[in-house]
Design a protein. Structure first.
Length: 259
């Protein structure tokens, strides 16, 4: 495993706060545009302009992704490529925003509902959000990454959902993706032990059906193997002496689900 960097200087924490808050502000800006009849490409262009106008740069463009943000609808698990197809009432939509600001990276995903989705789709979105928040509540020095995976898996499977195995959270900071890997399934007391100064993401992807997936011919878009729907939430955080600080938390309402 790659060495896990530890960031304990105030400048690093402030850099991550700034990057994380730009991610949050981009979500707060775009949420009113996630409506029936709006194309995912239009949402991408709005996010792209907002990020640039606020001094940031979309991280997906640095790794060869064709658009500034990933937008994943319904049965798309992650890395959905924005296009001209428009949103429809009942859709659930995950927007994954990652960016660089003054050399620091922020990364988060938020789910949006278009109109009122089915009760099962709403439960999926809400369960995924609950699992993320429960995992964040555990984070502090001395906790194991396996504890985080166990908690997410337990919450999802108790509702009859499955947790994607092929993608995980990751270390972040001066690079977008680094050590440690943060798996969303696991066993208590296993894996890396958290230390003060670690920066990483937690980003569970939870499916209605099987956790198995396939990648489309564009080599980016990841969909569920059985065509059933998927949800993802994500935050970037840092481990401090008391617990953790969530850099991408919005000052506005977080959960964009009905009720």
């Amino acid at each position: 495993m790659s060495k896990i960097p530890l960031f304990k200087d105030p400048e690093s924490w402030q850099g991550m706060r700034n990057a994380g808050q730009l991610v949050a502000k981009t979500f707060d800006f775009i949420k009113e545009h996630v409506q029936e009849g709006v194309s995912t490409e239009a949402l991408n262009q709005l996010c792209h302009s907002f990020i640039l106008d606020h001094g940031g740069y979309p991280a997906p463009l640095e790794v060869g992704f064709p658009k500034a943000v990933c937008i994943s609808r319904n049965h798309v698990i992650c890395h959905g490529v924005p296009d001209k197809e428009v949103l429809k009432t009942g859709d659930i939509v995950g927007i994954d925003i990652s960016l660089r600001l003054e050399g620091w990276y922020g990364d988060a995903c938020r789910m949006f509902c278009v109109g009122t989705p089915s009760a099962k789709a709403q439960e999926l979105v809400q369960t995924c959000h609950q699992a993320l928040e429960a995992a964040i509540a555990l984070v502090k020095p001395g906790v194991f990454l396996g504890d985080i995976g166990f908690t997410i898996q337990s919450i999802a499977e108790a509702k009859g959902f499955s947790v994607v195995r092929d993608f995980c959270g990751h270390g972040i900071g001066r690079v977008l993706h680094g050590a440690p890997e943060v798996c969303h399934v696991g066993q208590r007391g296993q894996g890396v032990c958290l230390q003060e100064g670690m920066f990483f993401t937690i980003e569970p992807m939870i499916n209605m059906g099987t956790y198995k997936l396939r990648v489309l011919s564009d080599d980016w878009t990841v969909v569920t193997q059985d065509g059933r729907w998927s949800a993802q939430w994500e935050h970037t955080l840092g481990v401090n002496a008391q617990g953790c600080e969530v850099f991408t938390r919005s000052e506005q309402i977080l959960c964009q689900t009905p009720g």
